[in-house]
Structure formats: structure tokens, C-alpha cells
Unconditional design. Structure first.
Length: 147
């Protein structure tokens, strides 16, 4: 089973069960954004977590196996900045962008996060294992107009 076939099977099961990304993530014990990214084929799960997901959605072992396969990440485009710091933001968007879109739509509806009515903060969090970069994006939700 390919990652695309895996995604299609999980999306169909999600719709049939009438469940949310958050409920699926809770069944696995991981965050909704990471779990959704896995389902969209950009990350993988360890076998035990893959089994939790497929048991929750009542899917077969071929889906469990596909969830554990290491993905080829960020294949949607070849246009990537060369600077390593900037590249990492592209990587975040490629790997987690689809998952963020799914989770935002589930929580807010069909729309976008404003980059005009928007703030972005960068903070440093000291950690004995290595200092952490904390990036907080805060944008107004803009629903698509219906007419």
C-alpha cells in the first residue's frame, strides 16, 4: 500500500466514523497536528502507535504497515530557499502544512489565517538538552465569504 492509498483509506474511515483529527490523535496519544501529518503521509508512526490508529478507525494491517513506512518528505515542490534557517521553515510548511490546514479547518471552518492581522514572536527557552527556539504565530481567522 502506498502512502497515498493509506491516506485515502484513513480519510474514508475518518469520514465514515464521523470522527475528528483530535479524537484520532487522542486514540494514538499524540498531538493532532503530528498525527494528521502522519495520515497525510509526511511522517510515520512506530508500530504500536500505528496499531492504535488503525484499531480506532477499524482499518486493516496494510494500513498499519503503511503508517510505519518512512515517507519521502516535502516532494510537492522543488522551490526551496538555500539558507538553512529559512529552509527549515519551508520544511515545516511542507511536512506539517497539510496537517495544519486540516486541523485549522476542523476547528474554525473553511478559511485562512491572516498574515496581515498577524503577529509573530520568537523566544528562547533554556533547556539543559539544548536551548529551544519558540516561534508563536498569531493570526486572525478569516472565513471564506459565501455568496
Amino acid at each position: 500500500m502506498t502512502k497515498l492509498e493509506m491516506t485515502e483509506a484513513i480519510m474514508a474511515a475518518k469520514a465514515a466514523k464521523g470522527t475528528s483529527w483530535g479524537e484520532i490523535a487522542a486514540a494514538v496519544g499524540l498531538s493532532d497536528v503530528f498525527t494528521t501529518s502522519v495520515i497525510l503521509g509526511e511522517n510515520s508512526l512506530v508500530p504500536d502507535d500505528a496499531k492504535k490508529l488503525t484499531d480506532f478507525l477499524e482499518l486493516g494491517p496494510e494500513v498499519t504497515t503503511a503508517l510505519t513506512a518512512f515517507p519521502m518528505k516535502a516532494t510537492a515542490t522543488d522551490l526551496v530557499a538555500k539558507d538553512p534557517l529559512i529552509y527549515r521553515f519551508f520544511e515545516i510548511a511542507y511536512v506539517y502544512g497539510g496537517a495544519l490546514k486540516e486541523v485549522i479547518h476542523e476547528k474554525f471552518g473553511d478559511g485562512i489565517m491572516s498574515a496581515i492581522d498577524f503577529t509573530l514572536d520568537v523566544d528562547k527557552e533554556e533547556d539543559p538538552k539544548g536551548d529551544r527556539v519558540v516561534v508563536t504565530m498569531n493570526g486572525k481567522f478569516l472565513p471564506y465569504k459565501k455568496w
